[in-house]
Design a protein around this ligand. Structure first.
Ligand SMILES: [Zn+2]
Ligand SMILES: [Zn+2]
Length: 174
């Protein structure tokens, strides 16, 4: 029998996967596994931290915030993906600013007075309606400042203005 056939037969007797198995038992493979787990842990912590940081700016409810953070900690990268899908679209600071703007707008609208005859918006210091010419306020006889029909005393000079104008309001508060 030729030598090369004997050589092949001999090598096929030993397990061809033996070298691979040896590799999986080697310190190198052990190190690679450790590195893999280490990187996974780092990635996990990074995901949880990112969810926490982002949720803190978007959620002002403590319980919901805790649920978000817990999702990040328990599910790691998967939790991050789920969180990114369901997170509130706007920041808490933006939402507060919008609410404040709405409040201010409502206040401004509430403060606006209208002539009760023609519904023209009138300012608080108008004496007559600029559209229909009806008298909205009178002036204080002493200091000349505009006086509301319901006032008894002029707040600027303390003069008694009661009866200077009928106490019936001729303009509406919108
Ligand atoms: Zn008017
Ligand atoms: Zn006055």
């Amino acid at each position: 029998m030729p030598h090369w056939i004997l050589a092949v037969a001999a090598s096929s007797d030993s397990n061809p996967f033996q070298s691979a198995l040896d590799f999986f038992k080697s310190p190198t493979w052990h190190f690679i596994t450790l590195m893999f787990y280490f990187l996974l842990a780092v990635l996990w912590i990074a995901c949880a931290y990112w969810v926490f940081k982002d949720a803190r700016r978007r959620v002002d409810d403590t319980i919901i915030l805790a649920v978000c953070v817990l999702t990040g900690i328990v599910f790691g990268p998967l939790g991050l993906i789920v969180y990114a899908i369901v997170r509130p679209p706007e920041l808490v600071a933006d939402r507060r600013e919008q609410e404040l703007e709405m409040q201010m707008m409502e206040q401004r609208l509430g403060e606006e007075s209208r002539c009760s005859f023609c519904k023209t918006p009138v300012r608080d210091d108008y004496l007559v309606c600029p559209t229909c010419g009806r008298r909205l306020r009178t002036t204080c006889a002493s200091c000349g400042k505009p006086v509301e029909p319901s006032w008894r005393v002029c707040p600027y000079c303390e003069t008694d203005v009661h009866g200077a104008m009928p106490p019936v309001s001729v303009y509406d508060r919108a």
